[in-house]
Design a protein around this ligand. Structure first.
Ligand code: FMN
Length: 296
């Protein structure tokens, strides 16, 4: 800890140099550096605290800090270093362990696997469980099934459009809380009349901000692999600021459903799921930075 007292006639210059230092650090944001200056009540006395991994490296690389430091001695009437010993601390990170640990680790990515059919006897559940089993072997994200049946959403019944972000109905609030908690989604969709299911489209329509700046991948099934459902979903999700990954998994009744009925995916399909999830995790990781609050 550094304590110093500035000559009153050099105070304005000192504060200007100091502000320039913090402005520069605010834009360069050196990793792990914690540097704070406190001005005491007499206005000419200051206390400085600094912690970091390879001090004084990040500070000595700062142009503004070099200017501030250059004639600090000449600006001061007194300057001395004290080695403080902590008596107690609440709410402050521990300087030593913090420097060792580096920046706080991000929580694991959460991916929702959305079961896109609510029909009795649906195939969607078996397909989604297969995706969840493959995804569950990964360590780069956590994966959870999100079953539309559990949310019992009626046809959209909110008085305000979802863009307003004011949800009046408790079913919407529950659905919004679920979707908000995820970083990315796998939409498991059937093909109904060359599109996705009405139930899935309706569930998507209920929300806005909760989908924004997140990533999506698709697993579809149908006579032609449900590809038209996915094409429609890509269009719809674009309006919701969802980034849809290129690779998608298409399951056909001829090849992936025994007797067109029992789900029995072909051997190559698992690799397809893995490839799609690789892209999804990469994009979901990148999009976290888009959603992160801008430092103020
Ligand atoms: C209303 C409706 C429309 C359908 N339209 C198509 C279609 O356009 N293309 C297709 O490949 N399959 C179509 N199918 C067949 C479905 O893909 C198939 O029944 C599938 O199992 C539905 O998914 P689910 O069982 O998870 O509900 C349609 C089925 C329904 C119920």
């Amino acid at each position: 800890m550094l304590r110093y007292t500035v000559k009153p006639d050099r105070l304005a210059e000192h504060l200007r140099l100091l502000r320039a230092v913090y402005e520069e650090l605010g834009s360069t944001r050196p990793d792990g550096l914690r540097y704070a200056t406190f001005q005491l009540e007499d206005e000419v006395s200051f206390v400085e605290l600094v912690t970091g991994a390879d001090l004084p490296g990040p500070l000595s690389r700062s142009e503004a800090f070099r200017r501030y430091r250059a004639d600090l001695d000449a600006r001061c009437v007194e300057r001395r270093f004290d080695e403080p010993s902590a008596v107690g601390s609440f709410g402050f990170p521990d300087a030593d362990t913090d420097a060792d640990a580096g920046p706080d680790p991000e929580p694991p990515l959460r991916v929702g696997i959305i079961v896109g059919s609510t029909r009795p006897g649906r195939h969607a559940a078996a397909v989604a469980e297969w995706v969840a089993a493959i995804a569950g072997r990964r360590e780069d994200a956590s994966f959870e099934l999100v079953d539309l049946v559990d949310y019992a959403l009626p046809h959209l019944d909110e008085p305000l459009p979802p863009l307003a972000g004011e949800y009046a109905r408790s079913h919407t609030q529950a659905w919004a809380a679920t979707i908000d908690a995820f970083d990315a989604f796998v939409f498991v969709t059937p093909e109904y009349n060359h599109s996705t299911s009405g139930a899935l489209k309706n569930a998507i329509d209920f929300l806005f901000a909760e989908w924004n700046d997140k990533a999506a991948g698709f697993v579809s099934y149908g006579v032609d692999g449900g590809v038209r459902a996915v094409e429609h979903l890509r269009q719809v999700l674009g309006e919701l600021k969802v980034a849809d990954v290129h690779s998608a998994v298409s399951l056909t009744f001829a090849d992936d459903f025994e007797g067109y009925e029992r789900f029995s995916p072909g051997d190559a399909q698992e690799a397809g799921v893995t490839g799609m999830l690789d892209e999804l995790v990469a994009w979901a990781t990148a999009l976290r930075t888009v959603r992160a609050p801008v430092p103020g």
